[in-house]
Design a protein around this ligand. Structure first.
Ligand code: COA
Length: 228
């Protein structure tokens, strides 16, 4: 059984490795979030982020210990291609909000983001002991919706016409996955083996049937994040 931690140094899959962000990743963030096409898929505001907004976002939500953000690297080359994170980690209710951006556009549609999402869910349910992971996605983002469905997210509602983009209103779709749903999917793929994690903070041994108390401890001690 691999060692699991609340905030691992790395989570390894077949295609990608998720690693702690390094300060020098800011340069890539400036490129990704300054790109109108990435902004269209990821931002409520119409248009890319300003440089100072990106810098603040990176400092507050990406690099700090108060956020569970991991960089997405291609396993074979170690190329940095994106970022994924949990925010609004709520230990009392065992829930968190998932975010992902593969910022390198030539890496879209190659399964990297889908595998990164799977690794994050394994971590959320397997190591953090969460009960529910949710996200929101714009209705026009078909690739993201397909990716989320593939890993087991279910549509639970629509905020009707919440986004105005390219001259028309679009729904914002709320999706979620619950721990028993994740467990059933994982068990269909064979015995549950969590991704190999390199310890960083508070090592603890993975075990089935984690309870919210465990998530509460995780959140309260090291990884509370605010906002989206
Ligand atoms: C959304 C994202 C995480 C998906 O990860 P990914 O690794 O690119 O996704 P995949 O390659 O596994 O593709 C997912 C599905 O979308 C399909 N797809 C690929 N490109 C597509 C497109 N342009 N339109 C519709 N579907 C598309 C794929 O065929 C696949 O479906 P299938 O397995 O049924 O064939 C990633 O593309 C990304 O970060 N995009 C930019 C930012 C973004 O949209 N973030 C999410 C905000 S909520």
């Amino acid at each position: 059984m691999p060692l699991q931690t609340w905030f691992p140094e790395a989570l390894a899959g077949d295609l990608v490795v998720l690693r702690r962000h390094a300060p020098e990743n800011l340069e890539a963030f400036r490129r990704w979030y300054g790109d109108p096409e990435v902004a269209r898929l990821t931002r409520y505001q119409d248009g890319p982020m300003r440089a100072d907004e990106i810098d603040r976002f990176f400092t507050a939500r990406v690099i700090g210990l108060d956020s569970l953000a991991l960089a997405v690297h291609v396993k074979e080359t170690n190329r940095l291609i994106g970022s994924c994170a949990f925010s609004q980690l709520d230990g009392d209710n065992g829930s968190g909000l998932f975010h992902i951006t593969i910022g390198e556009k030539d890496c879209w549609g190659q399964g990297y983001g889908t595998e990164a999402t799977r690794l994050m869910l394994d971590h959320a349910f397997g190591a953090l002991g969460l009960h529910r992971v949710s996200l929101t996605v714009f209705a026009f983002n078909e690739r993201a919706i397909r990716s989320y469905r593939k890993v087991g997210f279910t549509v639970e509602g629509h905020a009707r016409e919440a986004i105005f983009r390219e001259g028309q209103y679009w729904d914002e779709i709320a999706m979620s996955i619950l721990e028993p749903e994740w467990r059933a999917i994982r068990e269909r793929r064979g015995p549950i083996e969590l991704p190999t994690a390199e310890p960083a903070i508070e090592p603890t041994t993975a075990a089935p049937g984690r309870r919210p108390a465990r998530a509460r401890r995780a959140v309260d001690t090291s990884i509370r994040a605010t906002g989206t």
